[in-house]
Design a protein around this ligand. Structure first.
Ligand SMILES: Cc1cc2nc3c(=O)[nH]c(=O)nc-3n(C[C@H](O)[C@H](O)[C@H](O)COP(=O)(O)OP(=O)(O)OC[C@H]3O[C@@H](n4cnc5c(N)ncnc54)[C@H](O)[C@@H]3O)c2cc1C
Length: 440
């Protein structure tokens, strides 16, 4: 039997979980001659949800550990071309194309930064580190004028504004004494935090006010420079630093795959995460996957992980001649970091059912960012596969359990199937019991 290859493009959350999903399926078919390889230009899994944070230590995890332990080869290269007819990809570090039998596209997305300017962003690890260095000098100078302008009031723009205004050494509860830079947040839509429902918006509004963030809504930036922005009205706003946080787009690599796409450039996929080209799957930020009858996935780690897993499983199942499995994920939580105020935890796609706000929600945010989404430090393949299946829990889940079980009102608000809940919170015997009580 000739060796077949599943090639995964992208070493983010979707790509790593695709590798785990594929390996798990192949393990169940002893003697299958299939190799799983993952291509990405960096040697690390970047913990992107942490890139707004002041302290970025540990925000990169070497891919060799997690992939090597389950026998997945990592090629440290960038895919420059996908030939869907020949079923090959071209890498930037070699002449010969690399063939594939099944391809999983998990190349993520990027912010569309304004061309030709020196604005900052927190979209990649390198950008986030550069931003932190630059903010350090702004905050220290203690100038009362707006030090930092953040453009874009989406999820990341809100977290960045709160974090920068809070200052690095400002702990939750000390909201009355933020020590960070003076921040102005600019949002083109009419209201602050337009992606949230009115109840959640009121919390966000209060938190940003307490942190002294100046908010301008309903204005559009027509020009961004390193030292300020020009609005479409012609008004010029000076700042020491401009941080761009608007306009995410699917990776340009997806342009090479024929088929429909959404307004963010994400590839249309069916319920199995198959693109319109046979044998090519897409997941994570570069796929417009339906999570249930009504909703399409948002660009989120929370959805990239289970999607990656399913896409990897389906690539492997197809090679084994078995039917693919459908993807569905009806539970959706957001946990928005609001700096020294704490955080805001909501449930549901309307982002309006508040489960917790303030320091308690921050505890959950820390659990997600520092524990829940990390692969195990161990190189034991069983632990890595277990992480891919349902994330590790134990103490990790304690924060949520405490939060969720604190009041019956919260209990009633957590929706979704047991599988969905496990994919977000993890499982362990006692937590499972807690969560089934929540569901009851
Ligand atoms: C500041 C910030 C805060 C966030 N907060 C949250 C949050 O609270 N909750 C949440 O759920 N989500 C959050 N997100 C979003 C989340 O990080 C992304 O949705 C998630 O990382 C998407 O995973 P992915 O694997 O699809 O893409 P990515 O993580 O972007 O990974 C893409 C991978 O593809 C590789 N790649 C790209 N092009 C090529 C190429 N040509 N060849 C080979 N490899 C390529 C990249 O190098 C990378 O390894 C946040 C993001 C940011 C930036």
């Amino acid at each position: 039997m000739s060796q077949k290859r599943i090639l995964i493009v992208g070493g983010g959350f979707a790509g790593v979980h695709a590798a785990i999903g594929a390996v798990e399926v192949l393990r169940s078919a002893s003697g299958s001659a299939v190799s799983v390889e993952l291509v990405s230009p960096e040697p690390d899994l970047v913990i992107r949800p942490r890139l707004y944070e002041s302290d970025l230590s540990g925000a990169r995890v070497p891919l060799t550990g997690v992939l090597g332990s389950i026998g997945v080869r990592h090629r440290c290269a960038r895919v420059t071309e996908i030939d869907v007819e020949r079923r090959t990809v071209q890498l930037d570090d070699r002449r010969e194309p690399v063939g594939f039998d099944q391809l999983v596209v998990a190349a993520g997305g990027r912010l569309a930064l304004p061309a030709g300017t020196e604005v900052h962003s927190a979209d990649t690890y390198t950008e986030a580190v550069a931003l932190r260095r630059a903010i350090g000098s702004v905050a220290r100078e203690g100038d009362p004028r707006p030090g930092v302008i953040v453009v874009g009031g989406g999820f990341t723009g809100l977290e960045l504004s709160a974090e920068i205004a809070s200052g690095p050494e400002c702990a939750a509860r000390s909201v009355t004494r933020p020590t960070g830079a003076h921040v102005m947040l600019i949002e083109q839509r009419r209201e602050l935090a337009p992606d949230f429902g009115p109840r959640a918006r009121a919390v966000i509004d209060g938190a940003l006010r307490a942190l002294g963030v100046e908010v301008r809504t309903g204005v559009q930036v027509s020009e961004a420079r390193s030292d300020g922005v020009v609005l479409d009205s012609g008004e010029r706003l000076d700042a020491k630093l401009v941080v761009w946080s608007a306009g995410p787009r699917a990776s340009a690599l997806t342009d090479q795959i024929p088929g429909r796409r959404d307004r963010l450039g994400r590839l249309h996929v069916d319920r199995f995460l198959a693109t319109e080209v046979e044998g090519i799957w897409a997941c994570g930020d570069c796929a417009a996957a339906r999570v249930d009858r009504e909703h399409v996935a948002v660009m989120s780690c929370q959805q990239a992980m289970p999607q990656g897993r399913r896409a990897g499983e389906n690539a492997a199942l197809t090679l084994l001649g078995r039917p693919p499995r459908g993807y569905r994920q009806s539970l959706y939580l957001t946990c928005l970091d609001l700096g020294a105020f704490g955080a805001l935890l909501t449930c549901g796609f309307e982002r309006n059912t508040i489960l917790a706000a303030g320091p308690g929600a921050k505890e959950f945010k820390r659990y997600i960012n520092r524990s829940r989404i990390y692969p195990p430090a161990s190189s034991d393949p069983e632990r890595v596969l277990e992480w891919g299946r349902t994330p590790p829990s134990g103490s990790a889940l304690a924060a949520l359990s405490r939060l969720a079980l604190r009041s019956s009102a919260i209990r009633r608000r957590i929706t979704g199937s047991a599988e969905d809940r496990a994919s977000v919170f993890g499982t362990s015997a006692d937590v499972d019991a807690d969560l089934s009580r929540v569901a009851a």
